[in-house]
Design a protein around this ligand. Structure first.
Ligand code: GLN
Length: 489
């Protein structure tokens, strides 16, 4: 049985635990063994919380047996991107500046998963402070893509994506500011959803760009994602930007028919720059949707080409203020023997932050400075408004929008590290969705160039249930989401 544990859906895993086919402890030990055996090839975990996991598994087994917990995630082992605060457990955001940081409290999502009886396996590697598209910006080394160890897993939630793809956790939580759940999901062949901004609390999630950051599930299937989102969604008194909107039963509508669904295809997203093999794979996925009864409509998103430029002004501006709290005084890394307060600030930040983080802080500070604020920051905000309006117009005519997630499949490690502009352009199709605050999802479709490809499904505000339904219907009729990289079977 234990050979198949890591290939079970969350529903079957939970049923197996409740029915007594295996215990939560057996499942947890199975995953811990897989991590011990395989993670040296991937570097997807920064911290493995083995001792805590064993304690939580014992508690979950007892609570399930006594009927105290009935959640669909009871006894399920999971991993968290290392920017979710975990009480008593090191939380680094993959930065040297937080190398010694042990959080005094739990992020709301961690509280919810623990209350549901989940078992934390550990904390995933990521790009430092979630800035990056390849996971090469981690202070603790890059992550390898389980489908080809010479390639990147995408970023910034690259550790979570690699670990779910290699079956080293049954699901993981990532964060997406401009594509960091969807792009690594696409590169590693897993299912990832970035919900509507505000759907899930950001409390205890180390901030990068607060008006864009959103937590979301990284899973093997839409069916699994529905269960995880159900547990996480909801307003939180600790996060004033979390949304007080009704929460539907995400699993209840998964089986709805797609007959008559209208899918919008933004013409400009399929123009030059999209890899031919990726485009062909997307065409086939769209054909599958036609077979399922969907209608296709071409749409325009006229301001999307301005999205990347606008994003890098807004995200950098917000990061420059968010990261000012890391000053060597309050917590985290402190430089040695500072000669005065200014020297303490300067050297702590110079030594503690990596290159990309410093680049963004400099750009952001510049964009916010008097004299440049109007030219850059205000203009970027205006563009953001126009992009949002484009989507609102499109959703008057279509139910969902489909697009590529990234222009290409996973690139080679080191291939783009010295070319920031190309790296930034890798998020061309995900960033507009983030700027508009809309929900977006990546599901694995037919591979291209020997590597996984994701299809992006974009929905209207708080329409996650529809995204999950649309994704699930595809997954019922295909098996791309069930593929496991050879080495990790
Ligand atoms: N790659 C983008 C960036 O570097 C997006 C990152 C993210 O979504 N956290 O900013």
């Amino acid at each position: 049985m234990s050979d198949t544990i890591s290939s079970l859906s969350l529903k079957d895993l939970q049923k197996g635990i409740v029915d007594g086919d295996f215990s939560c402890m057996e499942v947890t030990e199975h995953y811990l063994e897989r991590i011990a055996k395989h993670d040296s090839a991937l570097n997807s975990y920064l911290t493995v919380t083995k001792d805590e996991a064993i304690v939580q598994a014992t508690q979950a087994d007892n609570a399930i047996r006594s009927g105290e917990i009935k959640s669909p995630l009871a006894g399920i082992p999971y991993a968290l991107k290392d920017l979710f605060c975990t009480k008593g457990i090191r939380t680094t955001a993959a930065s040297k500046i937080l190398d010694n940081f042990i959080s005094p409290y739990d992020a709301t999502v961690q509280v919810k998963l623990q209350n549901a009886g989940g078992v934390l396996l550990g904390k995933n590697n990521m790009d430092e402070f979630a800035m990056g598209s390849s996971n090469e910006n981690s202070a603790y080394g890059n992550v390898q893509n389980p489908w080809d160890l010479s390639r990147v897993p995408g970023g910034s939630s690259g550790g979570g994506a690699a670990c779910v793809a290699a079956r080293l956790a049954s699901f993981a939580l990532g964060s997406d500011t401009g594509g960091s759940i969807r792009q690594p999901a696409s590169f590693t062949g897993i299912t990832g959803i970035k919900p509507t901004y505000g759907r899930i609390s950001r409390f205890g999630m180390i901030a990068f760009a607060s008006s864009l950051d959103q937590c979301g599930p990284m899973t093997r299937s839409a069916e699994d994602a529905a269960l995880v989102l159900q547990t996480l969604a909801g307003v939180d008194a600790n996060d004033s930007t979390s949304a007080d909107e009704p929460i539907p039963d995400y699993s209840a509508t998964l089986d709805n028919s797609l007959e008559g669904l209208t899918i919008g295809l933004p013409k400009s997203f399929f123009a030059d720059g999209l890899n031919q093999a990726v485009a062909e794979s997307i065409d086939k996925a769209i054909d599958q949707y036609k077979k399922l009864g969907a209608n296709i409509k071409e749409i325009e998103l006229p301001h999307s080409d301005l999205a990347v430029a606008s994003y890098y002004v807004i995200a950098s501006a917000e990061c420059s203020t968010n990261l000012s709290r890391f000053d060597g005084v309050r917590y985290g890394y402190r430089c040695e023997n500072p000669k005065d307060l200014l020297d303490l600030y300067e050297r702590t930040r110079w030594e503690g932050f990596g290159e990309e983080v410093k680049r963004r802080i400099i750009v952001g500070t510049y964009a916010l400075s008097a004299g440049y604020y109007d030219a850059y920051y205000r203009k970027a905000q205006k563009i953001r408004r126009l992009i949002k309006q484009d989507f609102q117009d499109a959703f008057k005519e279509v139910d969902v929008i489909m697009a590529p997630v990234a222009p290409n499949t996973a690139f080679k490690l080191g291939e783009m590290v010295d070319d920031q502009v190309s790296m930034y352009l890798a998020d061309l199709y995900t960033i507009p969705v983030s700027l508009a605050g809309l929900p977006g999802m990546s599901i694995p479709i037919e591979q291209a160039n020997g590597m996984p490809v994701g299809l992006q499904i974009i929905g209207n505000y708080f329409d996650e249930a529809r995204l999950l339904n649309v994704a699930h219907q595809y997954q019922l009729n295909t098996d791309h989401h069930l593929q496991t990289p050879e080495q990790f079977k």
